[in-house]
Design a protein around this ligand. Structure first.
Ligand SMILES: [Zn+2]
Length: 308
């Protein structure tokens, strides 16, 4: 049974509040664990969420404002302390290399874990593949923030679901099913049966993270037909002007992004500390995009199988 679940470790922007930690998210995806944007206090939030540091296989940083990376120093040191047996790749905007290096070597510690820096450089309107293995790929695209900021999308390749009645009709059973999956066709009593004759497309699941940005093409590309869109919603629409000036989105804009991109589910996070009511974000986003979750710290969200 595979686990595909997103855990919100922190949901505040800029500063932590009494109820919201600095930004951070952890994505469980089968045996992969991606820590996104570890803001300050991420180590403790992981403890509260019951996530061990050794579950981290990748770290992805959208940009180097403090609320998205101040926790990196602690997390990297924790990987060494806990003896992470595998290499951990860290993706980040290459223009922030100097900040990465400072956080990577912030204090004295026994530096034992294998940390693999993966600086990335993306032009406007470009989408770049960061890895692609075993039918799972990670892409990044440039967003529209006051500094270089990249959003991410994890995508499972489409698969096929076997249709038992059609398999039976063609007399395919036992090892022949495995051969059909491997080879794409199998011959039964002299008749060739193709995989597509007895199966249907099972769309791959996906998750996109659109952090600090104005609405932009990069965000739209990342969100296109995604299973779960996680989007920043720093402001409410009463502050649309301020959102624009500070390169952020409102709940209305994030919900519109989800709607227009055909996302299946939306989660909002990264709220300005000025707002104390979670409900205002629900009220603003849900008439536009009803399948919305307004995240609080330590909320866990399953990535749902697409019905398409
Ligand atoms: Zn931020």
């Amino acid at each position: 049974m595979s686990t595909r679940e997103l855990v919100f470790l922190g949901t505040s922007s800029q500063v932590p509040t009494k109820t919201r930690n600095h930004n951070a998210m952890f994505l469980f995806w089968d045996d992969i664990g991606i820590l996104f944007d570890p803001g300050e206090g991420t180590q403790r939030q992981m403890t509260l969420a019951g996530i061990s540091a050794t579950r981290i296989t990748h770290i992805a940083i959208t940009h180097f404002h403090g609320d998205h990376c101040l926790g990196l120093a602690g997390v990297i040191q924790r990987l060494s302390l806990d003896g992470a047996p595998h290499a951990v790749e860290v993706f980040f905007p290459a223009s922030g290399q100097v900040y990465f290096e400072r956080l990577r070597h912030a204090t004295i510690f026994h530096d034992a874990a294998t940390i693999v820096p993966r600086p990335i450089r993306i032009n406007k309107d470009e989408i770049v593949e960061l890895f692609n293995k075993n039918g799972l790929s990670l892409h990044a695209a440039a967003l529209d923030h006051s500094v270089d900021c990249y959003g991410y999308r994890l995508q499972e390749a489409d698969g096929r679901s076997m249709m038992p009645d059609l398999l039976a009709k063609h007399g395919i059973s036992g090892p022949a099913v495995g051969e059909l999956k491997r080879a794409g066709s199998v011959t039964v009593d002299g008749v060739e049966v193709k995989l597509e004759d007895v199966s249907s497309v099972r769309p791959g699941q996906s998750m996109a993270l659109v952090m600090d940005t104005r609405p932009c093409n990069g965000a739209r590309k990342l969100a296109q037909d995604v299973t779960l869109l996680v989007a920043e919603s720093t402001y409410l629409s009463s502050e649309t002007r301020e959102a624009h000036d500070h390169y952020h989105m409102t709940a209305e804009q994030s919900a519109t992004l989800a709607l227009e991109a055909g996302a299946r589910q939306l989660a909002l996070t990264h709220f300005s500390p000025r707002y104390t009511s979670h409900q205002e974000f629900v009220n603003e986003a849900s008439p536009i995009f009803p399948d919305v979750v307004v995240a609080d710290d330590l909320v866990r969200l399953s990535v749902r199988r697409s019905a398409k």
